[in-house]
Ligand binder design. Structure first.
Ligand code: ZN
Ligand code: ZN
Length: 251
């Protein structure tokens, strides 16, 4: 069945978000849990069922891909039929795209270890956290990428500031454009910020296209159209933070 508007995977109806979580049972796997979303007909699909097909072929999809532009790799992931218009799969796909482009640009990262680790960390981010937590998962995904690339942990000081700053810069760009949510827009915004910041921190030279143009907007009921920098023909500028690499303060 084709789901034109990126909504309920069972019936195609729009999703509702609850301010107060409710107990719902997943239509696919039968798990019952508290959630803030279901479709207007009461169907609930858990995050794991929603994203598992979209993230299952990451390694195959990037075999032989040599671009240093993470948006090109993200598009490969998002072009899969199994990647929905919106959904928590983007919280993993964005970081994987960054990691592969970083490697292709000469970055020191072992993808055989990094991609499974990114998938593991990213799957802990539920859907809808842009609005529910004030912490968009595409932005956090870029923090995860940099943490994995630099081997950062909570106990190390060396890149503690860098990984937190990476996420905060992405969040700032997302806030500049505003909502409602779009996983494609926030993925691109986060990648633009992360390429600039990661390059500055690491000296690696990932690239971006002259213009990022979204080809997914027809499936997005809440598209901002010309108010989104990636809408075809839009003149809305991509927000960009100055690339100031402050580094970790000395203790
Ligand atoms: Zn439904
Ligand atoms: Zn499920």
């Amino acid at each position: 069945m084709s789901i034109p508007m990126g909504a309920c995977l069972v019936c195609g109806e729009q999703l509702e978000y609850f301010e107060q979580a409710k107990s719902m049972t997943c239509e696919y796997c039968g798990k019952t849990e508290l959630t803030n979303t279901a479709c207007k007909n009461g169907h609930y699909i858990c995050d794991n069922c929603h994203r598992k097909d979209a993230v299952s072929k990451i390694a195959e999809l990037v075999e032989g891909v040599d671009t240093t532009d993470p948006t090109e790799i993200l598009n490969i992931f998002m072009d899969q039929k199994t990647t929905h218009m919106h959904g928590p799969e983007h919280h993993q796909l964005v970081a994987c795209a960054m990691a592969v482009a970083y490697k292709n640009a000469g970055g020191n990262i072992d993808l055989e270890k990094a991609l499974p680790e990114i998938l593991h960390r990213g799957e802990q981010l539920p859907g809808g956290i842009c609005g529910l937590w004030g912490n968009c998962g595409a932005a956090v995904s870029c923090g995860i990428f940099l943490s994995v690339a630099l081997g950062q942990t909570p106990l190390k000081g060396e890149h503690y500031s860098d990984v937190n700053r990476q996420t905060s810069r992405c969040l700032n760009a997302i806030a500049e454009i505003g909502g409602p949510r779009c996983c494609k827009r926030n993925g691109y915004l986060s990648i633009v910020e992360s390429v600039a910041y990661t390059n500055a921190v690491t000296g690696v030279h990932m690239t971006l296209p002259e213009r990022i143009e979204c080809k997914y907007f027809e499936r997005n009921n809440e598209c901002l159209h010309s108010n989104c920098p990636f809408f075809p023909g839009s003149t809305t500028p991509v927000p960009s933070s100055e690339v100031a690499v402050v580094g970790t303060p000395a203790k």
